[in-house]
Design a protein around this ligand. Sequence first.
Ligand code: DC
Length: 239
Amino acid sequence: MIVTIDGPAGAGKSTVAKLLAARLGFEYLDTGAMYRAVAWAALQAGIDLANPEELANFARNLDITVHRGQVFVDGKEVGEPLRTPEVTQASRYAADNDAVRAHLVTLQRRYAAGRNVVTEGRDQGSLVFPEAEVKFFLTASPEERARRRLREYERAGHQVPSFEEVLQELNARDQRDASRPWGRLVKPPGAIEVATDGLSVEQVVNHLEAVVRAAIAEKSKRGEIAAERCGQASSGTTG
Ligand code: DC
């Protein structure tokens, strides 16, 4: 079963997706971390990120794997360095590069094959897993998202920019995420929109969990009905 959570930067997707996956016993896939990993590794290797071919070749040859919600490059967990403001800025080169996107989409689908997954990003319900059983679109006002980002930077011990700087950066990211020709941020058809302003993480996760559990119950009911029909059909033909 695939559950997708898409939405703009700072809407709380990662926190919510991780907790939801844990409650359901599903795997968690943080696709933003994959774009960040490409940017982080390219910065380390001195690659010209603004050169699309150079970055695409580099990304295709990069050993990126995902295990228990963490991204590994060359077999090593990257962790916190993916969250620095420098990598956040640079990740747009990976996100705007169609060849890098195509490669990461392949890795995402391969990872999800045969697994129960809660996956989060910008294009998960629209492009990567259009057939997902449950799709969410998480939003929050730009001001609320900027406040959350600032708290994240503080907690991680990074140099903290001003509120206005973070808000400006978020607005610029929203625009870039929404105007990308391929894999842009849209509310996927059939997605349930959840506006998280004024809601606690617990409240959001409770709501999402209830929706997914209802979908699981519905799915198993359909499975039982199908099995019954199958039984009737076979007893009809053999009897
Ligand atoms: O969600 P995030 O801030 O960790 O995302 C990092 C970057 O990757 C950001 O520039 C948006 C981009 N991204 C994307 O284009 N598609 C995704 N599915 C996930 C993230």
